[in-house]
Design a protein around this ligand. Structure first.
Ligand code: 5GP
Length: 207
């Protein structure tokens, strides 16, 4: 029997989930899974800490060997969660955090129905764009690609998650996330005014 909770956090690119998750695991004893990816490191990202940066060939070899709990392709790169880390930590009774995109989250849910899926929303689509541009790590083309994906797919898929959380204020978001994981209660997509507001914003203005 698994003892820990597997919490999956997803959200729009640029919503700030990386920062929230980093702070969460600093403050509370969560085990954070480090994914493997084929994308290039961004400035400040260290191998083995932010990600395990590996080649496409190495990634495909690990898929064949069944090393991933889940994996997905996202804007032309592979991302995957190492299976052994997740299973061992859960077995030890630790709560494990995965920060992954939606296709991977759905695979996790189908393998482990008791996993807790949490989707992080921006306060508005306009704010999301401001944060993505402000991060300054992506080219204009990559930002447009990520925003397009957010518009087209992510608002819809957020409805498949167990709970929603809004990243308006960092401190509030961290404690709310911790509370959701520990109590397994929160705002479900069907009861969220914010989700409906974001959908209206996209329909009326684009992003
Ligand atoms: P980024 O390139 O911005 O670090 O990540 C792009 C997207 O890939 C984000 O939505 C991030 O949550 C997701 N991601 C990171 N690691 C994994 C993983 O192991 N599996 C899946 N499915 N998605 C991941």
């Amino acid at each position: 029997m698994r003892k820990g909770t597997l919490a999956v956090i997803s959200g729009f690119s640029g919503v700030g989930k990386g920062t929230v998750v980093k702070e969460l695991v600093k403050r509370y004893p969560y085990a954070l899974s480090v994914s493997a990816t084929t994308r290039d490191p961004r400035p400040g990202e260290a191998d083995g800490i932010s990600y395990h940066f590996i080649t496409k060939e190495a990634f495909e070899e690990r898929i064949r060997e069944g090393d991933f709990f889940e994996w997905a392709s996202y804007v032309d790169q592979y991302y995957g969660t190492p299976k052994s880390f997740v299973l061992e930590e859960l077995e030890k009774g630790h709560d494990v955090i995965l920060e992954i995109e939606a296709a991977g989250a759905m695979k996790v849910k189908s393998q482990l129905p008791e996993a807790l899926l949490i989707y992080m929303l921006p306060p508005s689509m306009r704010e999301l764009k401001r944060r993505l541009v402000g991060r300054g790590t992506e080219t204009e083309e990559k930002i447009e690609k990520r925003l397009k994906k957010a518009k087209e797919e992510e608002l819809e898929i957020a409805r498949e998650y167990d709970f929603l959380i809004v990243n308006n204020d960092l401190e509030t978001c961290i404690s709310e996330l911790h509370r959701i994981i520990q109590t397994r209660t929160g705002v479900s997509p069907g009861r969220s005014d914010l989700l409906t507001r974001l959908e209206t914003e996209v329909l009326e203005n684009g992003v």
